[in-house]
Design a protein around this ligand. Structure first.
Ligand code: AMP
Ligand code: ZN
Length: 503
């Protein structure tokens, strides 16, 4: 089946054909590291994580670059406020970002360049842009000359004439055109600065992403992503700089932008003061609740965030969890007692598994429609719950085979979306113990993981007395264990604070 992707550039869904067969090169705009990320930012990184996971599921090898914007006015201001150096601020929030990504089980990018480590490439780009007449120097600042790039506005769909010096652009007398934007900013004393042909200064935000993406991905790479607020001016400017610099086009084959997380119809943003941090949500809910909350809406549609949305996602999570748990429990009770003889009902259930998988793929192939893909998973969950009830009432010889197939399919499809991905199972970020222990919840979960591991080791030594003892004592504490083929799963019984799987 062919994958269709909505391209912001053409404003329609297009068949996805990468630059190189079997490979996808993508760039996702990374965070400006001056604060903890909020749920809106979290949505962006989760969306591109799932896109990446699905491309891998389709058999592509995906090379993903995601930068850190670690030099910026906001970082400098925060450093002043806190009496720290901009570098201290940047490193602190980079680390916090990595913790949040690990907690959300976002697959780490292949490369994570920092703007401050790409300065020679940035200077080289700006120098060429000046030489070619696409940029000009004013008092140590360098500006991109938008009138030199006739296609300026092609991504956001506006022409230069339509653009005015709106609220977001301060009119600067030194600029030739109000839409000209800074490539290089002369630094004030005490600010981070690098030597350049135009004097000491630092790069503008837009040129950083052009330089980092071109450095690692080259012209004409496949996917460039970010939230819809980046379409203009950030991505429009990236296109102008990159295409003007190389004299080639396109800079990017497919532009993908996620919709906003809103709170009471307003975009969640630090400047509006309506943010909820990812880590605040993760103190109250498992990471998969946050993931479900994001994936239950198509990535281009807005999400209304609030208690209700969280509760709804939490209920969806419980439904999935309970089904998987019940199926696992059933399998534990029915080990060995299997026969391939199937009833008519079981033959059609077994056939429907292929159909569920096909419909899941069809949904994801339609511009990564995770909302529809999840609906397919929930239909399968419903089907398996019914089958389980039937089995409890009227067991059949092939019951355990069908239950195992159904459970494996649910898990497999969930994992394409990053759900029920084990912390140790994928390429999740490494987070050191000090970080893991920063919150009480994760610390308790880590302790349960440890006990489960001790029990597994006891079982491997055939010390069943110890293994049973641990299981019973954990049960007394309201923690149920479930031995599955891929490891032991555990959960707090009732609406406990968390759950996990230990291998
Ligand atoms: P920033 O650090 O502000 O550049 O944001 C990081 C990522 O989060 C970018 O891709 C933004 O477009 C995205 N983003 C910021 N706010 C929201 C929001 N309220 N909803 C969805 N995405 C957002
Ligand atoms: Zn960017």
């Amino acid at each position: 089946m062919t994958l269709k992707v909505h391209n912001t550039m053409t404003r329609r869904k297009e068949e996805f054909v990468p630059r190189e067969e079997g490979k996808v090169y993508m760039y996702v705009c990374g965070p400006t590291v001056y604060n903890y990320i909020h749920v809106g930012n979290g949505r962006a990184y989760l969306v591109f994580d799932v896109i990446r996971r699905y491309l891998r599921y389709k058999g592509y090898e995906v090379f993903c670059v995601q930068n850190f914007t670690d030099v910026d006015d906001k970082i400098i201001n925060k450093a002043k406020e806190e009496g720290k150096s901009p570098e201290e601020i940047a490193r602190f929030y980079e680390r916090a970002f990595l913790e949040d990504m690990a907690a959300l089980r976002v697959i780490p990018p292949s490369v994570t360049p920092r703007a401050t480590e790409t300065i020679p490439e940035i200077i080289e780009m700006i120098r060429t842009l000046v030489e070619k007449g696409h940029a000009y120097v004013v008092d140590g600042d360098v500006y991109f000359r938008v009138t030199s790039f006739p296609e300026y506005g092609k991504l956001s769909g506006r022409s230069l004439e339509e653009m005015r010096a709106g609220e977001r652009v301060e009119v600067d007398e030194r600029k030739e055109h109000p839409m000209d934007f800074a490539l290089w900013k002369a630094s004030k004393p005490g600010e981070p600065s690098w030597d350049s042909p135009w004097g000491p200064g630092r790069p503008g935000w837009h040129i950083e992403c052009s330089a980092m993406s071109l450095k690692y991905l080259g012209m004409g790479f496949d996917i460039h992503g970010g939230g819809q607020d980046l379409i203009f001016p950030h991505h429009e400017n990236e296109i102008a700089q990159s295409e003007a610099y190389t004299g080639q086009k396109p800079f990017v084959r497919y532009w993908i932008h996620n919709g906003f997380v809103n709170i009471r119809e307003e975009k969640m943003s630090k400047s509006l003061g309506n943010i909820v941090l990812v880590r605040e949500v993760l103190q109250r809910y498992p990471a998969d609740v946050m993931r479900l909350l994001v994936l239950q809406t198509h990535y281009r549609s807005p999400i209304d965030f609030g208690e209700e949305a969280l509760e709804e996602a939490s209920r969806a999570y419980e439904r999935l969890e309970n089904c998987l748990f019940a199926l696992g429990e059933y399998l534990e009770r029915h080990q060995g007692a299997v026969s391939p003889m199937r009833t008519q009902r079981e033959v059609s259930l077994s056939d429907s598994f292929f159909e569920f998988e096909r419909r899941f793929e069809e949904a994801m192939d339609d511009d990564f429609n995770t909302a529809r893909a999840l609906a397919v998973i929930f239909e399968l969950v419903k089907e398996m719950n019914t089958y389980l009830q039937e089995q409890e009432a009227f067991p059949t010889p092939a019951g355990p085979i069908l239950v195992e197939q159904g459970r494996d399919l649910i898990l497999r499809l969930c994992r394409v979306l990053g759900l029920f991905d084990t912390p140790s199972g994928g390429e999740t970020c490494e987070v050191d113990e000090e970080v893991k222990g920063a919150e009480a919840g994760p610390r308790i979960e880590a302790l349960v993981d440890l006990l489960v591991e001790v029990r597994s080791r006891a079982r491997a030594r055939k010390d069943y007395e110890m293994a049973d003892f641990i299981r019973e004592r954990l049960k007394d504490l309201g923690i149920r264990l479930d031995d599955l083929r891929e490891g032991t799963r555990w959960k707090f019984v009732g609406s406990g604070p968390g759950k996990g799987t230990s291998n």
